[in-house]
Design a protein around this ligand. Structure first.
Ligand SMILES: Cc1ncc(COP(=O)(O)O)c(C=O)c1O
Length: 390
């Protein structure tokens, strides 16, 4: 708590030090978090934060933009090459805004979007009634196939034909399998809809070439930069050249004001890191560590949603494996300094406040140097904690 009279600066830096200690001592298995490089954080804390640069390189409202112009050009170029995109806008402040910018660019209020059932792995910006997306536009949701717990492309196709949405959206928050972009794009285009991918979670895996990039199949791709991509907080929208004008115009002046040039510089650092061999190797370790968790829980006789993982996390059904809720699992692990998040499982019968699942991710601890042996030992420990009586 703030002590009156003590310089606020000291208090804040003391709190930051405590958080830094927590991040190095606690075991962090939150699949959407990562530990960025010193260079990414150096750019984030740089003087570029002082600069107003409304507009785009060479088309700014204010003077003095020659250096930030260079930074934004570099960031755009690097991210386009990572994902094979024709155009990129690196200004969106976060993933939820990036998605809203895309909707505002191509939809009128009340227009339809087809996206995954939110409780089965979608994100709230994919049409939650509590989010502007769900208030402004009409979302129709496709379910996962009940038995395999995988995307039901046939049902997606049927719903697209029935509802004629303007956008078909794929890419999720809690779906542990690779998406068939070609199939999604075919379904969208057969119904004159735009094919939109939100790869916020798997961007790092895609950038490293371990998963297929959504291009050239999909028309528009949004991503955050701070999850598996291991960059600063922020987002990017990529698209075909023919949509570039709408995307840029709806980002600024449509949705945002001045871009965060320090974050854009940090994005450029992150994209450059993602082009390197070390990043590819890192993402390979992220995937192998997640496979280790899959194999361990299969060995324990546990139930994994969709039967396993192709990505950076597993979705463990703790209700059927241990007879506890996701919330109880989070609480038990927290007492042992292990951070995870509760997560609904497909067709969950528990409330979203309790849930039946845990999403257990590997990017953060892999960034901290953990290998398969450490993850295997951790799985043994977690199995003991989750399975303990009472
Ligand atoms: C698939 C997906 N899209 C968008 C977002 C939103 O990102 P942000 O928290 O940066 O708004 C998330 C965040 O978890 C996500 O998982």
């Amino acid at each position: 708590m703030l002590s009156p009279g003590k310089p606020l600066r000291d208090e804040i830096f003391a709190v930051i030090s405590r958080e830094e200690k927590r991040q190095t001592e606690e075991i962090n298995l939150i699949a959407s978090e990562n530990y960025s490089s010193d260079d990414v954080r150096r750019a984030t804390g740089s003087v570029l934060a002082h600069k107003y640069a409304e507009g785009y390189p060479a088309k700014r409202w204010y003077g003095g933009c020659r250096h930030v112009d260079e930074v934004e050009e570099i960031a755009r170029d690097l991210v386009k090459r990572l994902f094979g995109a024709e155009h990129a806008n690196v200004q969106p402040h976060c993933g939820a805004s990036a998605n809203l910018i895309v909707y505002s660019a191509f939809l009128k209020p009340g227009d339809k979007v087809l996206s995954l059932v939110l409780s089965q792995g979608g994100h709230l910006s994919h049409g939650s009634p509590a989010n502007l997306s769900g208030k402004e536009y009409q979302f129709v949701h496709y379910p996962l196939e009940r038995r395999s717990e995988r995307v039901d492309y046939a049902e997606m196709e049927r719903l697209a034909a029935e509802h004629q949405p303007k956008i078909v959206l794929a890419g999720y928050s809690a779906y542990p399998r690779e998406v068939d972009w070609k199939r999604v794009a075919e379904i969208a285009h057969a119904n004159n809809a735009l094919a939109m991918a939100d790869v916020a979670h798997t961007a790092g895996i895609i950038a490293a070439g371990h998963h297929q990039t959504p291009f050239p199949h999909m028309d528009i791709v949004t991503t955050t930069t701070h999850k598996s991509l291991r960059g600063p907080r922020g987002a990017v929208i990529m698209c075909r050249e023919k949509f570039a004008k709408e995307i840029d115009h709806c980002t600024f002046p449509g949705f945002q004001g001045g871009p965060f040039m320090h974050e854009i510089a940090a994005k450029a650092v992150c994209f450059n890191e993602a082009h390197g061999a070390e990043f590819k190797a890192y993402q390979g370790r992220v995937l192998r560590n997640a496979k280790t968790l899959e194999e361990k829980w299969k060995g324990f006789g546990g139930r994994l949603c969709s039967g396993g993982t192709d990505c950076h996390f597993i979705l463990l059904d703790v209700k059927s494996t241990y007879g506890i809720t996701g919330q109880e699992g989070v609480d038990r692990l927290a007492k042992q300094n292990i951070a995870v998040n509760k997560n609904a499982i497909p067709y969950d019968t528990e409330s979203i406040f309790k849930t039946s699942g845990l999403r257990i991710g590997t990017p953060f601890m892999t960034s901290r140097g953990w290998d398969e042996t450490r993850f295997a030992e951790l799985a043994d420990r977690m199995h003991g904690i989750l399975g303990a009586k009472g």
